[in-house]
Design a binder for this molecule. Structure first.
Ligand code: NAX
Length: 354
């Protein structure tokens, strides 16, 4: 399939906008897998419009999907062209992972079989883990060694682990799984409960797996009410809600969206993927964000599974927030989701042996 607009190797351009001189950086290559699917349909515009890598960073998009989807993908490529986006240096649609991952600086691994109504995530594992083994091998061979990989396709945490395992030449810190949608959902639930804008709720944490065992934790969360920052626990003053309905609403939000839409979350998933990659590239300052990262055993979690922790990001490197107090209730929740991840890891390794 053709590449349109081969500006990826073009020299750095200088544009004069009124009195301000804007230096346009060299384009970076960014791959999105599952590019003909519904999450990608929202995500591609966000990447190509500058919402992820910044308004001065041109991007060359590599779009990977399976061979039967190449016709649909052609339509997506046409639409990207029709957006006339100044930061979009070029597009490469392909069904070949090694072509798709060549020289990429960022990888959004979205492509997988989506969960259907009534389907448990575990049912998906065997089908999807093989995809991530193959993609790990291709990344290892042809991607930049500093590529930042975000796995969205479910089971996201275990897929990220498998991908990293099959890409040994890329640091394991460069493989992450998306729990940002869960964080955004949790933040939004708390903001609605308190009656403040979502931007005024901070430090909500998602621990563990992107599954129904995840632990949305409001115990460190703060909110700005009447100009003053206060603890969310104090403002809401309802322990039963924070340990009960709040947790289950966030855990089951994906299923609720499927029940209503008959399709899984896409608009919000694309927004969360953009948030995750933007914060990883551009930094968080003192904001905490939740990311699935290879566990070093912090907070008594199992090592060497991709576990969601609160992190901050500086200069492209994430760091787990340290020193938080874990209550007895939180301990049980952290352990339960960790146990599921250990089981998933074993199942995935068994599948990869075949
Ligand atoms: P769609 O079915 O709309 O799109 C998936 C696309 O992936 C399809 O075009 C398919 O052809 C393609 N694909 C399948 N195998 C591939 C392969 N080997 N290489 C490249 N492309 C391949 O699903 P969509 O709604 O976009 O969801 C994608 C994934 O995101 C699913 O696994 C879904 O479960 C997962 N999600 C993860 C979330 C998270 O927070 N981590 C939330 C949203 C979503 O449920």
């Amino acid at each position: 399939m053709p590449i349109w607009c081969c500006a990826a190797s073009a020299p750095t351009e200088t544009h004069v906008v009124s009195e301000v001189v804007v230096i346009m950086a060299e384009p970076i290559r960014v791959v999105v897998t599952g590019a003909a699917g519904q999450i990608a349909y929202s995500l591609l515009y966000q990447i190509a419009s500058g919402a992820v890598f910044g308004p001065q960073q041109p991007v060359f998009l590599h779009l990977l999907d399976i061979a039967p989807m190449m016709g649909v993908l052609e339509g997506v490529v046409m639409e990207l062209a029709d957006c006339a986006l100044p930061l979009l240096a070029g597009v490469l649609p392909t069904a070949n992972p090694e072509e798709a991952f060549k020289d990429v600086a960022a990888a959004f691994l979205v492509g997988a079989m989506p969960r259907k109504e009534g389907m448990e995530r575990k049912d998906l594992l065997a089908a999807n883990v093989r995809i991530f083994k193959e993609q790990g091998q291709a990344l290892d061979k042809v991607a930049r060694k500093d590529v930042k990989v975000l796995v969205v396709g479910n089971p996201a945490n275990t897929n990220a682990l498998i991908c990293s395992k099959y890409a040994p030449s890329i640091p394991k810190e460069n493989f992450t799984a998306m729990t940002r949608l869960d964080q955004n959902r949790a933040q939004s639930q708390l903001a609605a409960k308190i009656g403040v804008p979502v931007k005024d709720v901070k430090r909500v944490i998602i621990w563990g797996n992107h599954s129904s065992t995840q632990f949305p934790d409001a115990s460190n969360a703060v909110a700005i009410v009447g100009g003053a920052q206060k603890s969310v626990s104090e403002i809401i003053n309802d322990d039963a809600y924070l340990k009960g309905a709040f947790v289950t609403t966030v855990q089951k939000r994906g299923a609720a969206v499927i029940a209503a839409r008959k399709m899984s979350s896409a608009l919000s998933a694309a927004k969360a993927a953009s948030d995750h990659m933007r914060d990883w590239f551009l930094g968080t300052e003192d904001r905490w964000v939740s990311m699935g990262v290879v566990s070093d055993g912090s907070y008594g979690t199992p090592r060497d599974v991709v576990y969601s922790f609160p992190v901050t990001v500086t200069n492209g490197k994430w760091k787990i927030v340290e020193g938080l107090t874990i209550s007895d209730f939180a301990r049980q929740m952290l352990d339960a989701t960790g146990k599921e991840l250990v089981e998933e890891k074993q199942e995935a390794l068994d599948v990869c042996k075949d």
